[in-house]
Design a binder for this molecule. Structure first.
Ligand SMILES: NC(=O)c1ccc[n+]([C@@H]2O[C@H](COP(=O)([O-])OP(=O)(O)OC[C@H]3O[C@@H](n4cnc5c(N)ncnc54)[C@H](O)[C@@H]3O)[C@@H](O)[C@H]2O)c1
Length: 255
């Protein structure tokens, strides 16, 4: 699929990986709807000019995500929604049993699953339904969905039960979704980033960043949001990529 003149929905687009992806797709000639809970998404879209539109919304809400998809279809002027890059998500840390022997908060666990996993399913089901109505392009392709997992899906650390489970769920959905949607010409992929320099990671102390960077075999640094965006661009344009999760992590394996 070409990016030029196609329309994409990007969730979590106010910040970090989603914002970088929006910038790259606009630079490649695409049109983008930027969706995020945060009102910072409006300034982000404004900076990208006429090819971008902002819509605040919660990824766990059917009405909000349908509105974002409808906005993308309108922006596409008859071409439909070509792709979704779903980047909205939250990180959470909590031990199963704390120092005083108290069990972890069940609601906090469910909240992480709700946003990261149920939110991904919500966006994917609504986007896929819209894409089935697209006119088929080359190879009969109608759309591409890119979800954001994490290396925590595979190498979860202490305190990451909720986050790792939510991202493992995103990994687990990739193949069955790709298999099911293949008859419509819709591809499903996931990117599992290592540690990236985004606002999500800004609370990490400097010495922890240095330790994380040192743990990356090569290059010995955190990932840059545009490196995520470049992989999203490759997935969009390379039709053979389907039903797979790609680690983007410099070779790090979390301990
Ligand atoms: N930064 C990393 O190191 C890293 C590593 C692995 C995976 N990830 C994943 O990448 C994705 C993007 O992360 P980021 O680093 O760009 O973080 P970020 O905090 O910079 O951006 C995430 C965005 O998601 C939005 N968001 C949160 N909950 C939402 C909701 N319910 N509805 C709509 N928007 C919501 C936030 O407002 C924010 O703008 C997340 O899914 C994250 O788990 C990040």
């Amino acid at each position: 699929m070409q990016i030029q003149d196609q329309t994409f929905l990007i969730t979590g687009a106010a910040s970090g990986l989603g914002a970088a992806t929006a910038e790259r797709l606009v630079a490649a000639g695409g049109r983008v709807v930027l969706s995020d809970l945060s009102d910072r998404v409006e300034a982000q879209a404004e900076a990208l000019g006429g090819a971008a539109r902002a819509l605040r919304g919660d990824v766990t809400s059917e009405a909000d995500m349908q509105a974002a998809i409808d906005a993308a279809i309108e922006l596409g002027e008859g071409r439909g929604l070509a792709g979704v890059i779903h980047c909205a998500g939250v990180v959470s840390v909590a031990k199963l049993v704390d120092r005083e022997g108290n069990p972890a908060d069940l609601e906090a666990y469910a909240r992480t699953i709700q946003i990261n996993l149920v939110g991904s399913f919500n966006v994917m089901r609504l986007a896929a339904a819209a894409m089935t109505r697209n006119a088929p392009g080359e190879d009969g392709e109608r759309g591409v969905i890119i979800n954001t997992a994490s290396i925590a899906a595979f190498d979860g650390q202490v305190g990451q039960c909720a986050y790792s489970a939510s991202k493992a769920g995103v990994v687990g959905m990739s193949l069955p979704a790709a298999r099911e949607l293949s008859r419509h010409g819709i591809r499903v992929m996931a990117i599992a980033p290592g540690v990236f320099e985004t606002p999500m990671m800004s609370d990490i102390p400097e010495d922890a960043v240095a330790a994380l960077s040192a743990a990356v075999p090569f290059p010995k640094r955190l990932g840059k949001p545009d490196e995520f965006a470049r992989l999203a661009e490759q997935i969009i344009t390379n039709t053979m990529l389907n039903g797979e999760v790609i680690r983007l992590d410099g070779g790090i394996r979390m301990q």
